[in-house]
Ligand binder design. Structure first.
Ligand code: NAD
Length: 487
């Protein structure tokens, strides 16, 4: 059993999940190695679902759909609430599992489990508040009633960087709305999804309501699922590139899409910012999850008057971080997810250096086993360097200098992304003015952490479509139904 064996050691072959989770049953298999990023060793293999197995998950979700949508909201709510409780009770095992397969520091993994579980608690509460509407027609002669139906079977595709939270942020509202789901976690981090499915079953989620499939060939498998007319929703979190492919696929059957895609967050520090607060916020916005977050500060724009003090302070804090295996208690920054991720970071830093940027700490990958890149600060980065335009997705703070507010806003907006942004200033009017000028779905004002289950999470421009969390999140899984009534 996955959770038990986390304690017996990550090298234990019994850590192998029992298989695909379809219709409440485990379907054994192998074919996808899950790697420990701190060593490069294979932890276990998980099943590699083929199209027929994926379609049996759709059949299961379909068979369960009527029963689940007709389950009273209060009962759906209580099941979600029990799932929250079980996740909380098993928080330490889940955190260790996340740390093992993703590499993140245990402190980050614990934070993720708490955040992930909160989506079940929040949507347990929202399940009983599904909105409706009544009004007269403007001529006063007729009646308008608007109900909300569950949208239907949902395909949920999640990334590896938050293996628990990206799944609960979708499953919570989907189940609260009365939808049944097929979850396709990232191949790098499937164990957390299996462990959560097990807890869901224990919480009383009926067979077929939540199905989990893993596949090494997500393109054809997701196309097959999306081409089935019973599937009415795609909720995707991942890169903008894959999001574009999936939007084109979903267009074939006009499936409703929620897209949580890439980011390139600016972090703006004005001259009048509280330096300590800005540095604390910068460390959270940059280093949560070792920089592997879509909301991670990717570009630090620092006003000339505070620039040098900010660079010195950030360098000192980044230098002090302890790099190591995520599951070592001392670790503050774990390994990256893959060698490819380290190579990308290395390429971006090397290109910036060639173009004149200076490294104040870090700057070269750590040799040896495991996928490590040290906490790094680079300053005087040219604004047209690749690192200013691509997601770094690693522990590298790239710093740019600016003089005027307009310049900061203009630089912040020179990106196809618009997910998150941060502004630090003691003058709240000024911070709000700068913030209003930035094209973004979310803005941290004197805060380096914005994610909250009660808030609408999502981006503008090519960072996505729709919102997850908050009162809006459930609407992504509901379809308004208008009754024109004569009485
Ligand atoms: P990815 O796009 O490579 O993969 C995401 C998921 O899509 C995985 O489950 C993967 O197996 C699957 N996938 C890949 N190709 C597919 C295809 N052709 N068809 C169907 N599914 C496919 O992203 P990643 O590397 O796992 O995650 C990192 C990216 O996710 C970053 O760009 C990050 O910004 C983004 N992200 C966004 C948010 C958000 O809320 N906006 C949150 C976390 C991560």
């Amino acid at each position: 059993m996955v959770l038990d064996n986390v304690f017996t050691g990550y090298a234990d072959p019994q850590l192998h999940a029992e298989g695909l989770f379809i219709n409440g049953k485990w379907v054994a298999g192998d074919g996808i190695p899950v790697t420990d990023p701190s060593s490069g060793n294979t932890l276990v293999e998980v099943p590699d679902a083929n199209i027929a197995e994926a379609m049996s998950a759709v059949d299961a979700a379909d068979a369960a759909a009527k029963g689940w949508r007709e389950t009273p909201p209060r009962q759906r709510s209580e099941i979600l609430r029990s799932w929250f409780t079980l996740m909380t009770e098993h928080a330490e095992e889940l955190a260790l599992l996340i740390s093992l397969e993703n590499g993140k520091a245990l402190t980050d993994a614990r934070g993720e489990v708490a955040y992930a579980a909160e989506f079940f608690r929040w949507y347990a509460e929202e399940a009983t508040r599904i909105p409706g509407e009544y009004r007269h027609t403007p001529n006063g002669a007729h009646h308008i009633l608007v109900d909300h139906d569950p949208i239907g079977i949902a395909l949920l595709i999640t990334p590896w960087n938050f293996p628990a939270a990206m799944a609960t942020r979708k499953i919570g509202p989907a189940l609260a709305a009365g939808c049944t789901v097929i979850l396709k976690p990232a191949s790098e981090t499937p164990l957390t999804a299996y462990a959560m499915a097990r807890l869901g079953a224990e919480a009383g989620v009926p067979p077929g309501v939540v199905n989990v499939i893993t596949t090494s060939d997500p393109g054809p498998v997701s196309s097959a699922i999306l081409s089935d007319p019973r599937v009415r929703k795609l909720s995707f979190t991942g890169s903008t590139g894959v999001g574009r492919i999936l939007l084109a696929e979903a267009a074939k059957t006009v499936v409703s899409c929620s897209m949580e895609l890439g980011g390139n967050a600016p972090f703006i520090v004005m001259d009048d910012a509280n330096l300590d607060a800005a540095l604390n916020g910068a460390m959270v916005a940059k280093m949560r999850n070792g920089g592997e977050a879509c909301t991670a500060a990717n570009r630090f724009y620092v006003q000339s008057g505070i620039h040098d003090a900010f660079v010195a302070g950030l360098t000192q804090r980044m230098q002090a971080l302890k790099l190591g295996a995520g599951y070592d208690a001392e670790t503050q920054c774990g390994p990256m997810i893959t060698t490819k991720a380290v190579e990308k970071i290395d390429r971006l830093v090397a290109e910036a250096k060639e173009r004149g940027a200076q490294v104040t700490t870090g700057g070269t990958p750590q040799p040896g086993s495991g996928y490590y890149y040290p906490p790094t600060v680079i300053e005087n980065v040219p604004t047209d360097a690749a690192i200013a335009h691509e997601e770094i997705f690693g522990p590298v703070a790239a710093i740019y200098r600016f003089d005027t507010e307009d310049e900061a806003i203009r630089m912040a907006n020179t990106t196809e992304y618009g997910l998150a942004a941060y502004v630090y200033s003691r003058d709240i009017t000024r911070a709000m003015r700068v913030g209003r000028g930035i094209e973004t779905g979310m803005l941290g004002i004197n805060r380096g952490l914005m994610s909250d289950p009660a808030a609408p999470f999502g981006g503008v421009k090519q960072s996505g479509l729709g919102r997850e969390g908050g009162v809006t999140g459930i609407l992504e899984f509901l379809e308004p139904k208008y009754f024109a009534v004569e009485f």
